[in-house]
Design a protein around this ligand. Structure first.
Ligand SMILES: Nc1ncnc2c1ncn2[C@@H]1O[C@H](COP(=O)(O)OP(=O)(O)OP(=O)(O)O)[C@@H](O)[C@H]1O
Ligand SMILES: [Mg+2]
Length: 325
């Protein structure tokens, strides 16, 4: 389908500077074709700026970027023909209805009137917007609005679709609908580059993730690799008695040789089993910690060992850098 490169996106030392602000500060990315790739980072990390350069909307100040092997500057027209962008700030016309928007955009893409109407009806139906097809978009809910944006960006099936924070501000049900749409788009062979601030979203959709902060990639890999880089597991403990928590914290910290987090719930603690400086597996270390809590006379109501969440991964990565953000 896409031919000339195994990578949908390849960047080398990509840079964008606004005044003194290095919004994108030497980013190397490789996005395998046919997958969802997550670009994960907090506000101002440089995600939208990076995506805009890849979509040829902003010119890089340094480095190189290729989309399916085509340089985004030298071959911008070719790149533009292969990609589609659903922006953080959407592009459909508020005063037009759902159908009118899609038909208009389809005609601009060169479809004849009957084909444009067919494709619009098909997408509105697929995205659960058939009933709202004749309503003005300004009267759509946030979730409906996001869905029509994505529908508009896949009128022609792009080889590479940029989704810039597609579910920010949506309720859980609408988020799930958007996730289903993303999965359906990928099943048809499109590569998706997804930016998000939500770790669970990257966890749900992406096969690989780059964590970006202050314009730099601070970690990259599969979800499993990112989690493993931070620790092999996470121990969650609930005590019977909140007064025992300071002592439990000391015992756990000693047994696991790890920082212990005090949860908002006054009887709960969380610790990461790091697995780096010991031969013991995560479950053995956790068992030893549990035994030491018992020996110290601390009553444990509930004890669980899990994989660290991507949230914990992100916090650990940004802490490690000593980031102020
Ligand atoms: N056109 C611009 N002119 C000047 N500064 C800009 C411009 N666009 C972005 N910036 C700055 O570049 C940095 C990165 O912004 P960017 O929009 O790429 O972040 P982001 O990761 O998409 O954040 P968010 O999650 O809030 O959307 C920020 O400091 C931002 O203020
Ligand atoms: Mg953004």
């Amino acid at each position: 389908m896409t031919g000339n490169s195994a990578f949908a996106v390849e960047t080398e030392d990509l840079v964008k500077v606004f005044g003194k602000n290095r919004a994108v500060d030497g980013v190397d990315l490789r996005v395998p074709a046919g997958t969802v790739y997550g670009l994960l980072g907090p506000n101002g990390a440089g995600k939208t700026t990076a995506v805009k350069m890849l979509a040829t909307l902003l010119r890089p100040d340094g480095g190189r970027a290729r989309v399916f092997g085509h340089d985004v500057v030298a071959e911008a027209d070719t790149v533009r023909g292969r990609v589609s962008l659903t922006g953080q700030y959407a592009s459909v016309d508020e005063d037009l209805t759902g159908t009118e928007n899609l038909v208009l955009l389809a005609r601009l893409l060169g479809h004849g009137r009957p084909a444009a109407r067919d494709r619009s009806a098909q997408l509105l139906d697929a995205f659960g917007l058939a009933e709202a097809a004749d309503r003005q978009v300004k009267n759509y809910s946030g979730g409906m609005r996001r869905r029509i944006d994505i529908a508009a960006s896949i009128l022609n099936t792009p080889d590479l679709l940029f989704l810039d924070e597609p579910t920010t501000g949506l309720d859980p049900r609408s988020r799930n609908q958007v996730w289903d749409i993303v999965r359906a788009v990928v099943a048809q062979g499109t590569t998706v580059l997804l930016t998000t601030q939500y770790l669970d979203e990257a966890d749900q959709l992406a096969s690989r993730i780059a964590v970006i902060d202050h314009g730099k990639v601070i970690a990259e890999g599969t979800k499993g690799e990112l989690k493993a880089s931070v620790g092999s597991g996470s121990v969650h403990v609930r005590l019977r008695d909140a007064e025992q928590r300071p002592r439990a914290e000391r015992v756990l910290a000693g047994a696991l040789r790890a920082a212990v987090q005090l949860d908002p719930d006054p009887v709960a603690l969380t610790a990461t089993v790091n697995g780096h400086d010991t031969d013991l597996g995560a479950s053995e270390q956790a068992a030893r910690a549990l035994a030491e809590l018992a020996r110290a006379g601390i009553t444990v109501d509930n004890f669980a060992l899990g994989q660290p969440s991507l949230d914990e991964v992100f916090l650990a990565l940004t802490d490690r850098k000593g980031s102020a953000a």
